[in-house]
Design a binder for this molecule. Structure first.
Ligand SMILES: Cc1cc2nc3c(=O)[nH]c(=O)nc-3n(C[C@H](O)[C@H](O)[C@H](O)COP(=O)(O)OP(=O)(O)OC[C@H]3O[C@@H](n4cnc5c(N)ncnc54)[C@H](O)[C@@H]3O)c2cc1C
Length: 313
């Protein structure tokens, strides 16, 4: 696959308009994800600002564009990602507080957002304090914990649509479902405003600490993982089904089902994306056989599998 990217590389770069941000060909992506697996981006683009990004999108280049946030809910396949991978860098990690409203850029980490809200004496953001994603990725996933979701605190989203137009839209509950948004897949979220509830910063801190304790007790820490692999089926818990299907600790290659929380898959060191994906599919097969339930992937799997010798795409 790298060979294929190399052949195409100058061709793809040549088609780009003049951009001010960082453009890297054949860029390694594994280290940009929490689970640390996967191939390269044919071309990685970190826009200088939203107008730089709009400049690219408005060209209608007919090249696939893939967004990567903090990479905490992503398995990038071993053959990498063809086309352009967009990563919003530090320039998009802004945050301002005005009264009970926080306005943030998309690459701001949720952990930072919850700290800023705590210091400003605004509650409602505590549930984000242990989720390692960015604002943009969390909007796409409607991330949540402790019975709260992004949709509960979002006021508006600033985005670039598929024509490269920048717009701000108010939030409607109907845009969101459990761990997904129904907003067009090709919209790129640039930032968002959130509303908090004025509260005592110490009380907010206490809640955040109790959430941290709960996570440390129930989830594996300091490991390479994507968090919960499968969505909870209506009224059920994925981890209970996985346990019932005797998958706790199950291994394929360098991938393992966490002993501590069996909805977490772990890269024990040398896992490939195919190990992780094969382990996930094995779990789905066993859970279906044991419980008659089809588990749905929560983690996004993107890119293409590594090509075997002699194969072409
Ligand atoms: C240890 C651990 C614990 C976790 N705990 C939780 C939890 O409690 N609750 C929970 O909901 N999740 C949890 N997660 C999963 C993950 O943190 C969330 O899904 C998070 O919202 C993903 O954000 P991200 O920036 O990492 O997105 P990524 O993983 O980079 O991307 C996720 C999706 O969002 C899209 N995307 C990213 N940025 C943008 C953008 N700017 N515009 C448009 N689309 C974009 C990507 O294309 C992809 O489809 C956990 C993960 C880990 C590793």
């Amino acid at each position: 696959m790298f060979h294929l990217f190399k052949q195409k590389k100058s061709f793809l770069s040549e088609r780009l308009p003049l951009l001010r941000g960082k453009v890297i060909e054949n860029a390694p992506l594994a280290k940009m994800t929490w689970i640390n697996v996967g191939g390269n981006a044919e071309l990685l683009f970190e826009p200088a600002d939203e107008h730089d990004l709009a400049c690219l999108i408005s060209q209608h280049l007919n090249i696939p564009i893939t967004l990567i946030g903090a990479g905490s809910n992503l398995i990038i396949r071993d053959g990498g990602i063809p086309g352009i991978v967009v990563h919003l860098g530090k320039n998009f990690a802004t945050c301002t507080v005005e009264g009970d409203t926080l306005s943030c850029g998309s690459s701001l980490l949720l952990i930072e957002l919850s700290k800023i809200a705590q210091k400003a004496g605004l509650s409602g953001f505590e549930f984000l304090s242990g989720i390692p994603g960015s604002v943009g990725g969390a909007i796409r996933m409607n991330a949540g914990a402790y019975k709260k979701e992004m949709k509960d605190i979002l006021q508006s989203i600033r985005l670039i649509n598929s024509n490269g137009q920048i717009q701000t839209i108010p939030i409607d509950e109907e845009f969101f479902r459990y761990r997904e948004t129904l907003l067009p897949k090709d919209w790129i979220f640039l930032g968002a405003t959130f509303k908090g509830t004025p509260s005592d910063p110490e009380e907010i801190q206490k809640t955040m600490c109790s959430y941290k304790e709960q996570r440390e007790k129930n989830q594996p820490f300091g490991v390479k993982t994507c968090g919960s692999t499968f969505k909870n089926p209506e009224g059920l818990q994925a981890w209970r089904l996985i346990e019932k299907a005797h998958c706790r600790g199950l291994k394929i290659g360098g991938a393992q089902v966490s002993e501590k929380h069996c909805n977490f898959l772990i890269n024990t060191g040398k896992a490939t994306s195919s190990d992780i994906e094969a382990l996930g599919e094995e779990i789905r097969k066993r859970v279906f056989k044991e419980c008659g339930i089809n588990l749905e992937w929560e983690v996004k799997r993107i890119g293409i599998p590594r090509l075997k010798e002699g194969e072409s795409c």
